[in-house]
Design a protein around this ligand. Sequence first.
Ligand code: G3H
Ligand code: 13P
Ligand code: ZN
Length: 332
Amino acid sequence: MTSYKDLGLVNTREMFAKAVKGGYAIPAFNFNTMEQMQAIVQAAVETKSPVIMQVSKGARKYANATILRYMAQGAVEYAKELGCPNPQIVLHLDHGDSFELCKDCIDMGFSSVMIDGSSLPYEENIALTKKVVDYAHKYDVTVEAELGVLAGVEDEVASEVSHYTKPEEVIDFAKRSGCDSLAISIGTSHGAYKFKPEQCTRDPKTGKLVPPPLAFDVLHAIEKKLPGFPIVLHGSSSVPQDEVDTINKFGGKLPDAVGIPEEQLREASKSAVCKINIDSDSRLAMTAAIRKYLAENPAHFDPRQYLTPARENMKKMYIHKIVNVLGSNDKL
Ligand code: G3H
Ligand code: 13P
Ligand code: ZN
């Protein structure tokens, strides 16, 4: 058993309370590689932002769970080395799908876990979430739950349609499950294709897709039911069109990729939404930089040559989100 406290990590409790009160959101960036980890830490330190570094089941499979745990511990030390004496870094399990996976993460030093029972019947979601909460709270680890289903693919849980969270269920769910934060469904979804073209309109000037707005009425109804309770938004990448264009220009094929407009995330950050999940935008920033670099430098084959601009491009994106979208800068 390793306590996250010995690794210099923090849980989300105080961080979320401050964010809700201060009208900003904490960035939750997924990481699978050393370059993503370095870019996240550099961005958080330079902007003086708390940050959640999250690991999915797929990330554990790709990079190895132990390696990722040590990378998070390394992230804390790296932040100090970069001149941040008291970094606020959470190591979070993203979309945990079983008690055993959550327990394994808690036992190896994670400071926060998500148990995603959103695809289960209501009572089963409560029971599974409560089981995880009971174990996690013994070690002061915080737990994110999910109510409502996002369209698209949630790791291995596929859903064709999105079912918005029902505001009338949230009080009962939060009370009986004991969760510390709640991920809700208000129209975001995972990946780089958040909406089908037929769900969007087209900008007559650029021809680009304009997605339908998020269900702010549902968010506000939930906030009324649970005043001050930490709310989480998954599937919140904006799918920047310049990155998509770069990928397509240099041999990629991402037709009609579309994300959540940043103005809407900016607005959500000012509410009880205090954690915003971003993964796809990092993938796009990395891939765009690598494709461009390799197309322009066909004779280069040292990974450090193309991973350096990839890391820089991700860092630029992370800083932009922190400062211009979530507002979590200057909070350390
Ligand atoms: O919500 C899903 C995250 O973007 C993680 O994706 O399961 O492909 O690592 P992944
Ligand atoms: P995106 O695919 O929009 O980046 O969402 C990531 C996410 O929700 C991770 O849990
Ligand atoms: Zn998610």
